[in-house]
Design a protein. Structure first.
Length: 674
């Protein structure tokens, strides 16, 4: 058995190693080991920490997700987070340069150019190298405390790297949090199917993700960051902005690599021009460049106005726009019943793609922008973001345009729509609505869920319209005889489809869980839940508290999962009857082991192991408990069911006694294991 001191050294070594690999992967963009090897190291650290009596420090790599986030606390910035004055063309840029040079009375000026990342400005504070606070920009004077959510961003180090230059005792840096382009479009598609309006721009996406009440949902969004300002470093004095960037990089902070220094405004214009061409190749959205005077003494001389620094300017890119006509407005019904209006456009080419429609998000959006059928509109597309209507050319109206009236009935099933005060979305709440059912089946059959090949939109439409399928479980009752009568089906395709449906009974539990389309349960959350509960059956019996006790699952997800299972028992029973083996079988165990798991003393209970056991190490004890369906946590709380106390149990023993938690001796524990 490992002695505590030896264990601590091993834990610290492992933490340092994981921090190194995290930095290589998330900051340097240069992974040194495979994802699975990295995961294995993380699991090893988690197991060691669980077995060690020492408290886990908040900067341990295992402590990124802390569940619920306290939002709403507004805190004052050390000094205001200013905005930037904008320039849109070469003339504006020249004027900026001329003003700077005049105010500096002809002294030579060096300009630094950076990409202007389109996201949300934040400030991060490190005390003695440890991340202690993260605020949004807010109104510039006061920001919102988003520390818990910022901690989930892997490119934000929880602890600064030990550099050859010392780390300031207090360091405050500022940067931009953003979502990479491909994730942005993916999240928007997901939001629309789940009945939420898509994020209109990259900034809203970053802000929306960072201001979530459930940090575990933030953690499931691949947010990233670039630090662009060193705002305060106690005891440090830098001569230039570029020198401060260098130090921040050495301390392990992620700064954008495309920074350049120029001796003249002409050279700045060349840098801008290069990025006008190349910006589409970037995996994140940029809306311009930022030009800054490099010498900090010159920045001081130039000073600021109430809103902007005089030493910097944002030089914006022109958004890619096109003009076309709204031919009609259709309303689509999502998987959860949200009605989304979509403008059907006269096809137009924009940023390398032919655009035929644009989402109008919701009723409110149409009203605010006063979009009418027949209107000529300005369409904008930022990178991979869904094209949006930015303006109606009202001057071009002929009087023949028709205002759109949002339907009072679901266009698919005719039931009255529901509006709530809480949200802008209008919903069809008919659980039997055919349009929703079609979307649910399509999701169930999709590649990352049950992967039923050959079950495309045309077949799904026929199955639902002919009332052959009323829920996903009905798919398992289909027969070749009936299927082969559908249009464009025939006996061979029907046989093949039945075969594919049969095959889907064997998918792992996490795929089925994802396929059920529960709010907030994306692929990674489904995997995490199954890893902990092993089967859907066990998960369906869990209380919201049980679910929330899983590391990485916050209150909103827990509530959503628990509500789904309480409302869908009939569906689950039908799936069970259909023979979906993963409902009852544990994810990594055989059927027999699974039933043993479900029936034994440990299943579903939470344990803390403390002190030293004679017969096994704490880590072995944890393993034994987990393999029987139990959970092992490191600290005693009201959620703990049993404390297993070995020799020398200390504060955890006292705490368990205080909270009235049952205590097992090593002998009791071995008896239960038998
Ligand atoms: S410097 C006082 N540098 O753009 C100078 N800002 O429109 C403060 N931004 O509030 C900003 N990339 O959130 C700076 N490389 C960059 C930036 C950047 C994006 C954001 C920042 C700022 C906003 C101004």
């Amino acid at each position: 058995m490992m002695e505590s001191g030896v264990m601590q050294t091993e834990i610290e070594k492992l933490r340092a190693l994981i921090r190194h690999y995290e930095r290589q992967y998330y900051i340097e963009n240069h992974p040194e080991i495979s994802d699975s090897d990295f995961d294995a190291l993380m699991r090893k650290l988690e197991a060691l920490e669980a077995a060690d009596p020492m408290p886990i420090p908040p900067d341990s790599p295992t402590q990124r997700v802390g569940g619920g986030a306290e939002l709403g606390t507004r805190l004052q910035h050390r000094n205001p987070m200013l905005s930037l004055n904008n320039s849109y063309d070469e003339n504006d840029l020249r004027e900026f340069g001329a003003r700077v040079e005049r105010l500096l009375e002809g002294a030579p000026v060096e300009y630094v150019t950076e990409l202007k990342i389109d996201g949300l400005g934040v400030s991060l504070t490190y005390e003695n190298g440890i991340l202690t606070q993260g605020l949004t920009r807010g109104d510039g004077e006061y920001g919102e405390d988003v520390t818990a959510n910022l901690r989930t961003i892997r490119a934000v180090p929880l602890r600064l790297a030990e550099a050859e230059t010392a780390i300031p005792p207090v360091l405050e840096v500022r940067g931009e949090v953003f979502l990479p382009k491909d994730c942005l479009s993916e999240i928007n598609v997901q939001r629309e199917t789940e009945g939420e309006s898509p994020f209109a721009n990259p900034r809203n996406a970053a802000a929306g993700s960072l201001r979530l009440l459930d940090a575990s949902i933030t953690a499931s969004r691949p947010l990233d960051i670039f630090i662009y300002t060193l705002n305060y470093a106690e005891g440090f004095d830098f001569a230039t902005h570029t020198a401060s960037l260098e130090s921040m990089r050495r301390w392990g902070l992620k700064c954008n690599p495309s920074t350049a220094c120029h001796k003249s405004i002409e050279a700045v214009q060349t840098y801008y021009q290069q990025w006008v061409e190349k910006r589409h190749e970037l995996p994140y959205e940029v809306d311009g460049i930022v030009v800054k005077v490099n010498h900090l003494s010159q920045q001081q001389t130039l000073g600021t106005t109430a809103k902007y620094p005089r030493w910097a300017i944002a030089y914006k890119f022109n958004a890619q726009q096109a003009i076309t006509t709204v031919e009609k407005i259709e309303v689509q019904v999502g998987r959860t019943g949200t009605l989304t209006p979509v403008a059907i456009l006269k096809p137009v080419s924009l940023a390398g793609a032919t655009i035929t429609n644009a989402t109008l998000h919701n009723e409110q959006e149409i009203r605010t922008k006063d979009i009418r059928i027949g209107d000529r509109i300005v369409l904008e597309r930022a990178g991979d973001v869904i094209p949006k209507i930015v303006e109606v050319l009202t001057a071009d109206r002929t009087g023949n345009e028709v205002a759109f009236k949002f339907p009072e009935q679901c266009p698919a099933c005719g039931s009255p729509v529901q509006r709530t005060e809480k949200e802008v979305a209008v919903r069809c709440v008919n659980v039997a609505c055919a349009a929703q059912l079609k979307r649910r089946i399509a999701h169930y059959a999709s590649r990352n869920a049950l992967q039923i090949e050959g079950l495309g939109p045309a077949t799904i439409t026929q199955l639902v319209d002919n009332e052959l399928v009323r829920d996903v479980a009905d798919l398992y009752t289909l027969q070749v005889k009936v299927l082969s009568k559908l249009e464009r089906m025939g006996v061979p395709s029907a046989r093949n489809l039945i075969h594919q449906i049969e095959q889907s009974k064997m998918v792992p539990a996490e795929k089925l869980l994802f396929g059920l389309g529960i709010f907030h349960v994306g692929e990674s959350i489904a995997e995490l839940l199954i890893e902990n509960f092993l089967s859907l059956d066990a998960l369906s019996k869990a209380t919201p508290e049980d679910i929330e006790s899983v590391k990485g699952i916050g209150p909103q997800i827990a509530e959503s999962v628990s509500t789904f299972f309480s409302q869908n028992q009939v569906l689950l029973e039908k799936l069970r009857q259909a023979g979906l083996h993963c409902l009852t079988a544990a994810a990594v165990f055989t059927q027999t082991q699974a039933s043993e798991t479900v029936d034994n003393f440990f299943n579903g209970k939470t344990f803390v192991v403390t002190g030293s056991l004679e017969g096994m190490t704490r880590s072995e004890a944890s393993h034994e408990i987990k393999s029987r369906g139990g959970r092992v946590t490191s600290s005693v709380t009201s959620k703990t069911d049993y404390l297993i106390a070995g020799d020398g149990a200390g504060s955890k023993y006292t705490k368990a006694e205080e909270l009235g938690i049952s205590i097992l001796t090593e002998t009791d524990f071995f008896e239960k294991l038998q």
